[in-house]
Design a protein around this ligand. Structure first.
Ligand code: ADP
Ligand code: ZN
Ligand code: MG
Length: 499
């Protein structure tokens, strides 16, 4: 489906083994303040340790208070994946020692998460696929360790507590995933969903969405699961797919050689294209979870949950289905539009503004030329596309008033400058030439000037028609009606074998 996807079909291990994959995602929730204190979460780019207080520094005696908005965002995520929320949930302490965790424990949720038993539907190149979601729970983020050389070149490890105590949601899937592509698609779809409901900006490169993959192999579809390895530090969707593909091959080679796999945590190196051992995997026993004594159990009022559910926006999967089933778009166009909120907004606004336009023509212009122009625009120049203007342009093309070639130029000028379409068209004198006699004369001249292309077409080489059409376009500054030109060339030289 995605033309840019790195295919896992080269993975020969999958001929011998079945991969079993479960994904854990941590994402930063979009709240104004931290999880258990009033410190602001707008610490991106701030001086280290400027967004702290006794609570998020873990000072003794400081007491947590719950961030209502963070709870709301996890409940919304749960509702969006059709999960259950128990009548009462609980906070638990996850105990471990690390310099980025000042209290010596993280407040998390162990056996009573805010959401449990949901699912997410994906489209993959092999068709639709549903991933079971075990749970989504709320916890607090750790501080950030910065390793930097000191003034005398000594090696220092510094701690920045700005991130300490920021709200984090962990979403864990069932071990349902079987290929690296499904895993990538799951992560992509989850990002779309989190963004659509406003739970997280979920930018992987900025650490707002951290994806970890658990991977094991087994010989057949009914054998018990094998030993799993957890892979982390992937900072793009592509690296999720690459890391899993690598890990499947690595494990297969070990099993082939009769070696035992060990349960471990491995890191992914994007540069070297391989995973490397980080540490032995902790088990939950090691964390000595116990109920958080400083916070009461959390009871979710059913009416509140109902309100949250009712306020959910149209979710990506439903929007794709609506584009396909109600507006007649191809699955590809629907997926491209829904994956890009800006494009999808322009598409819908253009349809709403432009009287009676066919959704497919609007989608073509938005997914094709608009996205190309926007993506090529320098980031400082905010591209500007007015739905009313885009609608006007599509109308001009559909009515045959200007050629496609000219329309591309007009769209580009509009997006870059914001100038109205009608004024660009008038200024550049664009109007489509469809007159058969006028175009016939130009076609004759072009054929006379390009005897070898003409001979090719006579000899059955249809590809040369495109070249002659291009020459006519040049002569007419792109104003010629391409369909009329093609017909004129075919009428003079035969149809060149194929269209
Ligand atoms: P932990 O925090 O210890 O990693 P979690 O329960 O949070 O434990 O996550 C475990 C993940 O590993 C889940 O996504 C689960 O589906 C997946 N998983 C469990 N067993 C296997 C296995 N044998 N192979 C691959 N993935 C597995
Ligand atoms: Zn604080
Ligand atoms: Mg894990």
């Amino acid at each position: 489906m995605n033309p840019n996807s790195t295919s896992s079909s080269a993975s020969t291990a999958l001929d011998r083994y079945e991969a079993v994959i479960g994904i854990e995602v941590h994402c930063q929730l979009k709240t104004a303040s931290k999880m258990f204190c009033g410190c602001s979460t707008a610490y991106d780019g701030a001086e280290p340790n400027t967004h702290t207080c006794p609570v998020c520094l873990g000072l003794p005696g400081a007491l947590p208070t719950i961030n209502r908005r963070a709870v709301e965002l996890v409940l919304a995520t749960g509702a969006a994946i059709n999960a259950r929320t128990p009548a009462a949930t609980r906070w638990d302490r996850k105990n471990y020692f690390y310099p980025d965790l000042p209290k010596g424990y993280q407040i998390s949720q162990y056996d009573l998460p805010l959401a449990a038993g949901g699912s997410l539907n994906l489209d993959t190149s092999e068709g639709p696929f549903t991933v079971g979601i075990t749970r989504a729970h709320l916890e607090e983020d750790t501080a950030k360790l910065v390793h930097a050389p000191g003034s005398n070149g000594e090696r220092l490890s510094l701690v920045d507590f700005n991130r300490s105590g920021a709200p984090l949601m962990e979403i864990v899937t069932e071990p349902d995933i079987r290929t690296a592509e499904q895993a990538r698609r799951y992560a992509e779809e989850l990002q779309l969903l989190l963004r659509a409901i406003g739970a997280s900006d979920a930018d992987m490169e900025r650490g707002q969405m951290r994806v970890e993959a658990n991977v094991s192999l087994r010989r057949g579809g009914t054998e018990p699961f094998g030993t799993r390895v957890e892979v982390k530090n992937m900072n793009s969707f592509r690296s999720v797919e690459r890391a899993i593909t690598f890990e499947i091959e690595r494990q297969a080679t070990l099993i082939d050689a009769g070696d035992e796999l060990v349960m471990e945590t491995r890191g992914w190196s994007d540069d070297r294209g391989e995973t490397y051992r980080m540490r032995a995997k902790e088990t939950s026993d090691d964390y000595r979870y116990f109920p958080e004594p400083d916070l009461p159990p959390l009871r979710v009022d059913p009416a509140w949950l109902q309100e949250i559910r009712a306020a959910l926006p149209e979710l990506p999967a439903l929007r794709r289905a609506r584009y396909r089933d109600e507006l007649g778009l191809s699955p590809y166009d629907a997926a491209v539009l829904v994956a890009d909120p800006d494009a999808s907004r322009l598409f819908e606004a253009t349809l709403a503004a432009g009287a009676g336009l066919d959704p497919k023509s609007v989608a073509n212009w938005v997914t094709g030329d608009y996205l190309r122009i926007r993506n090529a625009a320098p980031s400082e120049a905010a591209p500007h596309a007015d739905p009313l203007q885009v609608g006007t342009l599509v109308r001009l093309v559909v009515d045959g008033a200007i050629s496609r070639v000219n329309a591309k130029e007009v769209l580009e000028a509009h997006v870059v400058s914001g100038q109205a379409v009608a004024s660009i068209v008038a200024e550049r004198g664009f109007r489509q030439i469809s007159d058969v006699d006028a175009l016939g004369a130009i076609v004759d001249a072009v054929i006379a000037a390009n005897p070898s292309a003409a001979a090719d077409i006579r000899g059955g080489k249809g590809q040369a028609i495109g070249f002659l059409v291009g020459q006519v376009m040049k002569e007419t500054r792109g104003q010629a009606n391409a369909v009329v030109v093609q017909a004129a060339i075919r009428a003079r030289l035969g149809d060149g074998g194929a269209a």
